[in-house]
Write a protein that binds this ligand. Structure first.
Ligand code: DGL
Length: 273
């Protein structure tokens, strides 16, 4: 089991920000990553649908004998975390609690902003996770076009800046000093987000904190990879819907660089028990 890969997934390329942090912190571990291109984006779908898609991807990963599952997607975490922990015998890690923990430790004025997909914001998952922290005021906003921009290969330009200004205006007005990037795609837009929020606002992404949890769990459960050979990662996407082109290979290579040796395509699962 120790030498099995860590299974990790997202609706697309966003989870690569978490994969990057895991590779950095645990360079001897092997990853099996799935971007669910067939069903991206998750953030504008009902949570029940996201749950079905996410379980399909996790079933696939578990069938490939992964030793751990990392839900590298806030929307899927909100939709399926509790179910996944019941359904699988391997540890299931997520991205919301790690980001909340970090945000609570860095805020000075206890006014914290959260940006995410519509589904994540509507689910109240962040608001619930913050409710354990006393005296914290949380202001949440959905930024639906951010994922659309990134998945189509646009990460800068006037249109992105204008969207960021519009989405972030209420958070600036609320005087937050800490902003949680509550979607794993958003660290890829950290430059424009920070530019709009200003230098006094600390951005918190779940990537590093989630990788810390991965490390802690592997160590605690005695699951660290022992093989001396270099890890050989797999980065797969579910096949895009007919008529849609995928940017997964190009974008994943750009964001992860030489860590990717090849990408592949697997059939999407539509149904789940
Ligand atoms: N990256 C995902 C998240 O963290 C979802 C983006 C999407 O598919 O809408 O929520």
């Amino acid at each position: 089991m120790n030498d099995s890969p860590i299974g990790i997934f997202d609706s697309g390329i966003g989870g690569l920000t978490v994969a990057r942090a895991i590779i950095d912190q645990l360079p001897n571990e092997e990853l099996f990553y799935i971007g669910d291109t067939a069903h991206t984006p998750y953030g504008d779908k009902p949570l029940a649908k996201v749950r079905e898609y996410a379980l399909g991807v996790m079933d696939e990963l578990v069938e490939h004998d992964v030793k751990m599952l990392v839900i590298a997607c806030n929307t899927a975490t909100a939709a399926v975390l509790a179910d996944a922990r019941e359904r699988y015998s391997v540890p299931v890690l997520e991205v919301i609690k790690p980001a909340v923990r970090r945000a609570v430790s860095v805020t000075h004025n206890k006014r914290i902003g959260v940006i995410g997909t519509r589904a994540t914001v509507k689910s109240g998952a962040y608001q619930d996770a913050f409710s354990a922290a006393l005296d914290v005021h949380v202001e949440a906003a959905a930024c639906p076009r951010f994922v659309e921009f990134l998945e189509s290969g646009t990460d800068s330009g006037e249109e992105v800046l204008a969207a960021a200004e519009e989405y972030l205006a209420p958070l600036k007005a609320a005087g937050v000093d800490t902003l949680v990037l509550g979607c794993t795609h958003y660290p890829l837009l950290a430059g424009v987000i920070s530019y709009v929020m200003g230098p006094d606002v600390t951005l918190v992404s779940s990537s590093e904190e989630t990788a810390i949890d991965v490390y802690r769990t592997l160590q605690g459960e005695n699951l660290m990879r022992t093989a001396a050979t270099a890890p050989s990662h797999i980065f797969a996407e579910t096949a895009p819907r007919v008529g849609r082109t995928s940017n997964f290979a190009r974008l994943s290579q750009r964001f992860l660089g030489p860590a990717i040796t090849h990408t592949t395509s697997i059939p999407a699962r539509e149904e789940n028990a």
